[in-house]
Design a protein around this ligand. Structure first.
Ligand code: M6R
Length: 608
């Protein structure tokens, strides 16, 4: 979704804004712009298309001198992607400039009122209403105007604002959209996400809902919606600065796939202590774990697919009933939450609007909530009762890989821990599971080494129109993720089906040469899936199978087989996903697409 950067300090603002925006490109956008105060007035430059255009138009920022400004990458919601609709937006006399991430839900009502008072709107955006409303309430005191606007607008917003009358300060506000404030030696910054300012400072503040930050070149002050000054704790970002760089890889996705042995280790190892699983952050006594009656797992996209795996693994091991929901459904379906319910919200970004709303809904209904989150200090991490971090580091490619595999590890840890405490695993079985968990990073490494074979295979399917993924049980969960990975970055239509469901309609779509990827890692279901492979192959499908290393007889039924090393049957998804990630990646590369920034998609979906 939209990216915001702001700077006020001792250096030229525009190059810093451009650099920061380039670090937010991963969020997805279709236009970009900047507003810089040049000592006399605010200049705005903006255009549809890639950031490169803005960079060229401004000669890397040189044509926009000035030491304070705001920049923006826009992911269109209200109004098509165009120069006019790009941010920043001005008030009528161009003395207030605003960048915005979020949605102003009552913008039409406000626009009508402002238009009746003579405001001439230039764009179709909801953001321009904010600029005009600020102007309406502004009588010399920016803070007063901002607070009045906050009281009037409904919806979500992170705003960066500059006033030509007050060039010595930059304002930032947030409600339900992420925004951080940084304090460096050469000035102060605002940004939608850490990578945008990591090069300049590691000292940050996380703005909370309805808080206002007032930045000058040397200081930051924070206020609540009643204009009272508040204290905020400064945090230090520990990320390695290279973590948000490509480091020699052609795409972030390739780099992130290759980081998985490490990110799985980083998520796993701190919770393995003296042969036991210790999840301190869970803060649940053995008695509380024993009395758990139900778990809801709620998430979006790939995180939801982790949740589906989680259902099989948690139910299978701990025998606690699990329901997995899409956050956008859960939040509106009036879920039944009874005593003894744990709601697990899974999110890489920790800012996904539906997941955050689902978390709030679950809390309201009295559930204990646990966030499995990758971004430290994000909204879900802050608001969940407990938070279990996945230590995957910054994930830049829109298609998630390393955060997904880290989420799986978090769920395995919970499932094995719960099973042990509930008396369902003896010491031997528990120790064997720990051994299998510890082996996963090296096994992932081994599967990644097979990339050239997969690339050759992927190159044969660049022109595919439809691809199907089938599997049963846990393998169905991995099929869902494999299918999403392929469609989001290759633009090839693909669908995942529970293999047993094929005959109930979908098999009519199979024709000569259709690629079907069959995942079969569950020994008790192997023969069943094998029959499904034979069924589609009989109808002309070309079958790629992903299965365990002993199942060589599958070669008689499938055309291309990828073997997985041995692991516990509950952990197979961590291995099976690797060839599927590689396949999607190489199809996208082979088609010459922008792997990291697929069209229409945003990394962090901060609007509903
Ligand atoms: O940040 P989150 O994990 O909450 O994001 C959820 C989905 O938007 C995300 O997994 C999305 O489906 C990815 N593009 C998948 O690769």
């Amino acid at each position: 979704m939209c990216g915001i950067v702001g700077y006020i300090g001792k250096k030229q603002a525009a190059p810093i804004l451009l650099d920061g925006l380039s670090k937010l490109e991963y969020r997805g956008y279709d236009s970009a712009g900047m507003a810089v105060y040049d000592g006399k007035m605010i200049h705005v430059q903006k255009s549809a298309g890639r950031l490169k255009t803005l960079d060229e138009q401004t000669h890397g920022g040189d044509t926009m001198p000035g030491m304070s400004g705001v920049g923006h990458t826009r992911w269109a919601t209200h109004g098509v992607p165009s120069d006019i609709n790009a941010h920043p937006h001005y008030n009528t006399d161009e003395t207030i400039a605003v960048v915005h991430n979020g949605i102003i839900e009552n913008y039409l009502k406000l626009k009508k009122k402002l238009a009746a008072k003579g405001c001439k709107f230039r764009s179709d955006t909801d953001t321009e209403v904010v600029a005009m409303l600020l102007d309406y309430y502004y009588h010399g005191d920016p803070m007063e105007a901002i607070v009045k606007v906050m009281h009037r607008v409904e919806g979500s917003y992170a705003l960066g604002i500059i006033f030509a009358d007050h060039p010595e300060v930059l304002y930032a506000v947030r409600k339900d959209s992420p925004l951080i404030v940084g304090k460096g030696k050469d000035g102060c910054y605002i940004a939608s996400d850490v990578p945008a300012i990591l090069r300049y400072t590691r000292k940050v503040y996380y703005l909370q809902n309805e808080e206002i930050a007032v930045l000058s070149d040397e200081a930051v002050h924070f206020y609540n919606i009643d204009s009272e000054e508040i204290e905020k704790e400064q945090k230090t970002i520990e990320w390695d600065i290279n973590a948000a760089e490509k480091g020699g890889y052609e795409y972030f996705m390739l780099k992130e796939m290759n980081e998985q042995p490490k990110t799985v280790t980083d998520t796993l190892n701190p919770r393995l202590k003296n042969g036991d699983i210790v999840i301190e952050e869970l803060g649940m006594s053995d008695e509380e774990i024993r009395s758990l009656r139900k778990i809801h797992i709620v998430a979006c996209g790939s995180a939801y697919h982790t949740g589906i795996t989680g259902k099989y693994v948690l139910e299978g091991l701990s025998r606690i009933q699990v329901e997995t929901d899409l956050a956008s459904e859960f939040r509106y379906r009036d879920p039944i939450i009874e005593k003894g319910t744990l709601v697990i919200i899974i999110s890489q970004s920790g800012e996904t609007a539906d997941s955050l709303a689902a978390l709030r809904e679950a809390k309201k209904r009295g559930a204990l909530t646990l966030g499995i989150v990758n971004v430290v200090g994000s909204s879900i991490a802050r608001e969940a009762d407990r938070v279990m971090y996945t230590w995957a580091g910054p994930e830049i490619a829109v298609a998630t890989t390393k955060a997904y595999t880290a989420q799986l590890i978090a769920l395995y840890l919970l499932a094995v821990k719960f099973a042990k405490i509930r008396g369902l695993l003896d010491e031997r079985a528990f120790a064997s599971m720990i051994k299998d968990l510890k082996a996963i990073p090296a096994q992932i490494q081994m599967l990644l080494a097979n990339k050239e074979n997969i690339q050759r295979f992927a190159n044969r399917y660049l022109a595919a129109k439809d691809v199907f993924f089938i599997g049963r049980g846990i393998d169905y969960a991995i099929s869902l993720e494999g299918s999403l990975k392929l469609k989001e970055i290759s633009y090839i239509h693909s669908e995942a089906y529970a293999a047993g469901e094929l005959k109930h309609g979908t098999i009519s779509l199979i024709e000569e040469g259709t690629l079907v990827t069959a995942v079969s890692t569950q020994e008790d279901l192997y023969k069943k899936t094998l029959s499904n492979i034979v069924e589609v192959r009989t109808r002309g499908a070309f079958v790629m199978a992903v299965t365990n290393e002993d199942n060589t007889e599958i070669e008689k039924a499938a055309d291309y087989v990828i073997y997985l090393p041995k692991t516990n049957r509950f952990f197979t998804n961590s291995l099976a996903i690797i060839p599927l990630q590689l396949f999607s990646y190489y199809v996208s590369v082979g088609k010459g697409l922008d792997v990291d920034k697929p069209r229409n998609l945003a990394k962090s979906v901060t609007v509903e």
